[in-house]
Design a protein around this ligand. Structure first.
Ligand SMILES: [Zn+2]
Length: 223
């Protein structure tokens, strides 16, 4: 008896307020759909903001110090060339930023570490020539390629501080033959790599970080 009365009351309620119920259901669905889309979108995205926080925290100095001898004459330049196409060694994308020497002379411009860290890799690479890789405290891998020479006493495993000399800008690389030079103008190829949550290494555009470091250049005496 009680159940029947209640059921009838329910039916009357539904009939009387059917439009209101429809509208409420409709908006509930919209809100739920928006929430679900947002959740799915976020779960599909790498957490790039947090990942890049590691880079922002670790960078201290621009990789090429200014010359106290002649700031303008010995300046360097760069554009955002990240992910431009490259063909040497097969079709690929440019995973870094090229800092070009104002004076096309190998061994002239010092290259310093942008961060504290540990020298993880050194030696010859077919693409990068003489390169050095520094692993920073937050796990960022800073890659410096095409060096003409290494800093004296720089060895794998040693700790470096931001601003420490790593070597000199050059034009080594683009050859299986160690020591090859002259395949392109003198420049520093600067790369930034981070390990994703799944352990895969991914490169990030160094350009915005270099721009930030424009105001943080060391001054060395070189002519
Ligand atoms: Zn490059």
């Amino acid at each position: 008896m009680y159940r029947r009365i209640f059921a009838e009351y329910e039916i009357v309620f539904v009939v009387r307020y059917k439009y209101v119920i429809c509208i409420v259901c409709f908006f509930t669905l919209i809100v739920f759909d928006a929430w679900l889309s947002e959740e799915l979108w976020h779960s599909a995205q790498p957490d790039s903001r947090n990942v890049l926080d590691a880079v922002w925290e670790d960078i201290v100095y621009f990789p090429i110090p200014e010359s106290s001898f002649d700031k303008k004459g010995y300046s360097v330049s760069y554009t955002d060339s990240f992910m431009q196409s490259r063909s040497y060694g097969g079709e690929r994308f440019h995973e870094g930023c090229d800092i070009m020497a104002g004076i096309n002379e190998r061994g002239h411009y010092p290259v310093v570490s942008v961060s504290d860290g540990c020298v993880e890799k050194m030696g010859w690479l077919k693409l990068g020539g003489y390169r050095v890789g520094i692993r920073s405290p937050n796990g960022v891998y800073f890659y410096y390629a095409h060096l003409s020479d290494y800093a004296p006493e720089l060895i794998c495993g040693m700790e470096v501080k931001a601003g420490d000399l790593l070597g000199f800008m050059g034009d080594t690389g683009y050859s299986e033959v160690e020591g090859t030079t002259g395949q392109f103008p003198v420049h520093l190829h600067f790369g930034i790599y981070l390990n994703e949550a799944d352990g895969e290494e991914k490169s990030y555009d160094p350009y915005p970080f270099l721009q930030e470091l424009e105001g943080h250049k060391l001054e060395f005496y070189y002519e």
